[in-house]
Design a protein around this ligand. Structure first.
Ligand code: MG
Length: 266
């Protein structure tokens, strides 16, 4: 039997395992309903689009250390209502509290996640590396019945450094006693998960269900890899081997569009 290349798998949580897009849509709807704000905003779809844009923009700043959490959680709601042209009497902090509470009740997972984790659990050491908030991420994991799969959960807020910074990857790999060459990061964020892990020096699998423009733009180099390509419904895009200080060290980047593809690769 060929020896396994990887022993330790590090998963991102939001939109890689836990269906953040759908869950946050539902949670925001329920939160606004509870606060009697739903009737004021017009189209919820359009409000949710605005909210998502504002939230992503502010999260980028937060990740770079340019925005404190306290401001992020208030501004994302207040600026969304402002952009939507809806004056509200309820403060952003209150909306945030109700929203986060609803978030932890949401348990929808990305298609195939449970099946894939069921298979990998016991065969590999599994851990989560996530940039979310501490008070929410643990509850999400617990209520979605994901705890049993993971040896450890690394949350940026606890470690004091978010992805794509090197520190959180280093901390996670060391805490798991994982050799870098046997470690693999799997995530849906090109910047946070893939470039982060790549810069740290471990292989990565880019989970991109939409095969978005970003992927095609960023993955400028394509190459084929023996069995992998044959078995994939969509040809994988592969970055050229990463050349670090050690020229002989190769770091691989692969792309998948369905989580079940991990069952072929791993
Ligand atoms: Mg993610």
């Amino acid at each position: 039997m060929p020896s396994k290349k990887y022993t330790h798998l590090f998963f991102d949580l939001d939109n890689t395992i836990w269906d953040f897009n759908n869950n946050s849509y539902n949670a925001l709807y329920l939160a606004l309903e509870k606060l009697d704000l739903l009737v004021l905003i017009g189209s919820f779809e359009s409000f949710f689009r605005i909210y998502s844009e504002e939230n992503n923009k502010l999260w980028d700043l937060y990740r770079q250390g340019l925005m404190p959490k306290k401001k992020l959680i208030v501004d994302r709601f207040e600026s969304s209502f402002e952009r939507n042209g809806t004056p509200v009497m309820v403060g952003g902090a209150e909306i945030n509290e109700v929203y986060l509470n609803e978030m932890t009740n949401q348990t929808k997972l990305i298609h195939g996640a449970r099946k894939v984790l069921d298979y990998l659990h016991g065969r590999y050491q599994l851990a989560i590396i996530t940039n979310g908030f501490r008070e929410v991420q643990y509850e999400k994991i617990q209520k979605s019945e994901l705890s049993k799969f993971f040896t450890k959960v690394f949350i940026s807020e606890e470690i004091g450094a978010p992805k794509p910074g090197r520190k959180i990857f280093e901390h996670a790999v060391k805490s798991m006693n994982a050799p870098k060459k046997s470690s693999l990061m799997i995530g849906d964020s090109w910047e946070a998960d893939i470039l982060g892990a790549r810069n740290f020096g471990i292989d990565q699998i880019y989970f991109n269900p939409g095969l978005s423009n970003l992927a095609t733009k960023e993955l400028k180099f394509k190459a084929s890899v023996n069995n992998f390509e044959k078995n994939m419904p969509i040809p994988p895009s592969i970055l050229p081997p990463h050349r670090g200080e050690n020229e002989s060290k190769k770091i691989n980047t692969r792309i998948i569009s369905h989580l079940e593809q991990l069952l072929i690769i791993l």
